[in-house]
Design a protein around this ligand. Structure first.
Ligand SMILES: Cc1cc2nc3c(=O)[nH]c(=O)nc-3n(C[C@H](O)[C@H](O)[C@H](O)COP(=O)(O)OP(=O)(O)OC[C@H]3O[C@@H](n4cnc5c(N)ncnc54)[C@H](O)[C@@H]3O)c2cc1C
Length: 395
């Protein structure tokens, strides 16, 4: 039996197997990479070989033929043992889903097998310096030039570009050829997604110094008249919001799984510590001031996990509208639970919570980032206020 609430034996087996893989590498491996400017390539490659990175990619393109449900299990379990791989949110979940659903046969054959086995990596760029949460203000513009596309614009905070073969860029198509990006903002433009190889002439990426302790780095992108072949466009130019939305629901669902995994890891570390650390006559975990907040964290993580399962279930069932609401709620609940849990874990460890040796304080910024990205807490509250509750819009 597999309902949204109760996992099948197959899913439990996947959890165990992925957890075993993550433990073989472990938090020291992850943190060393994060602190020394390294990457987690060995773990990524191994996860790819074992078929975990591509569980959601169709079998005919080298994947596991399952869905986002299974991919959330992979991400959550790796996170729960201290190895949260951010690029799982981006490469197989966003880019893999968009190309599977809207790519041509040639695009699928070119990209999906590599995304599935981890030999190729794709980043995703939507955020712009002057647009931020307001995607309607995107000014990255593609114009036609013969059969080619010529893309110009800027992106910010794009994760993992240094390791990626290409970036899936969200731009807009100018109605008439020859428009400048500045002209683009006022013109009637349509969103369009382009695969931009990292080595394309005119494409430049610069790291943004961040306070995150993570092996994945964020980048500013500069696209200066980047010339792309016709088949760089994923979905046709008039496809509207379909291709973009095919990526955004998996992004939110996976972001939720990322937070739940990190929260579970922090909670386990705190509980282990609270069981053994003794400064009076009993372990500190016996004090209710220590135990109750941790119990609350356990409840909130479990609730967030359930909502994440529901969102993934709806997405995999093809209910994009239902998945949209659930994905937003799951992402909100999971980010809030992770922020609270990591903070509580740090507190439970006292001074050790902020020491490099214990590695729990290293999660503070990462858990906090989930409240901002990929969509901020307020934008989710706006969504629920308007779409779920029917309240009017202020912006
Ligand atoms: C670690 C990390 C990784 C990221 N990776 C990627 C990536 O791979 N690709 C990518 O494209 N982007 C990425 N981002 C960017 C991320 O998606 C954005 O930071 C996020 O969407 C918020 O946009 P912004 O930073 O421009 O904030 P802004 O939009 O400027 O918002 C600033 C604040 O104002 C609030 N606000 C804005 N509008 C409203 C409103 N209408 N009502 C109420 N409050 C409002 C927001 O909630 C927020 O608190 C990443 C960011 C981080 C931190």
């Amino acid at each position: 039996m597999d309902t949204v609430f109760v996992e099948s034996e197959e899913h439990r087996a996947l959890r165990r197997a992925v957890g075993d893989l993550g433990r073989r590498f472990g938090p020291d491996y992850y943190l060393t990479a994060a602190r020394t400017g390294g990457r987690t390539e060995e773990l990524w490659r191994e996860a790819g070989k074992l078929g975990y990175l591509g569980v959601n990619i169709p079998r005919e393109y080298g994947g596991g033929g399952s869905g986002i449900t299974e991919l959330t299990i992979v991400l959550e379990e790796l996170g729960s043992v201290g190895c949260p791989l951010l690029m799982l949110v981006v490469s197989p979940a966003i880019c893999g889903s968009v190309i599977t659903r809207f790519g041509t046969e040639a695009q699928r054959r070119r990209w999906l097998p590599g995304l599935a086995d981890g030999t190729r990596l794709m980043a995703f760029g939507i955020t712009e310096p002057d647009a931020g949460s307001n995607a309607h203000r995107l000014t990255t513009v593609a114009r036609r030039d013969g059969d080619d596309w010529v893309l110009t614009g800027r992106k910010v905070f794009v994760s993992g570009v240094d390791a990626a073969d290409a970036v899936l860029i969200v731009g807009r198509v100018a109605d008439t050829g020859g428009e400048s990006p500045q002209a683009g903002r006022g013109a009637r433009l349509r969103p369009a997604l382009f695969v931009v190889p990292r080595d394309a002439p005119g494409f430049e990426y610069r790291p943004i110094p961040m306070e995150l302790t993570a092996p994945e780095r964020q980048f500013q992108l500069f696209l200066d008249e980047v010339r792309l072949p016709a088949d760089a466009l994923v979905g046709d130019a008039g496809a509207g919001l379909g291709p973009l939305f095919a990526g955004l629901n998996p992004e939110r669902i996976m972001a939720a799984a990322f937070s739940v995994g990190m929260g579970r890891y922090a909670l386990r570390r705190a509980v282990e510590y609270a069981r053994t650390r003794q400064v009076w006559d009993t372990p500190i975990g016996a004090h209710q001031a220590v135990a109750h907040p941790l119990a609350q964290c356990g409840i909130e993580l479990e609730l967030a996990r359930l909502m994440t399962r529901k969102a993934a279930y709806l997405y995999d069932a093809g209910d994009d509208a239902g998945a949209g609401e659930a994905a937003n709620m799951a992402k909100y609940a999971a980010a809030e639970a992770a922020v609270r849990t990591v903070d509580q874990a740090v507190h439970t460890l006292g001074g050790n919570g902020l020491s490099a040796e214990y590695g729990v304080g290293a999660l503070l910024v990462g858990s906090r980032a989930a409240r901002v990205a990929p969509v901020s807490r307020e934008m989710i509250l706006n969504y629920v206020a308007q779409h779920t509750l029917g309240l009017p819009k202020s912006y």
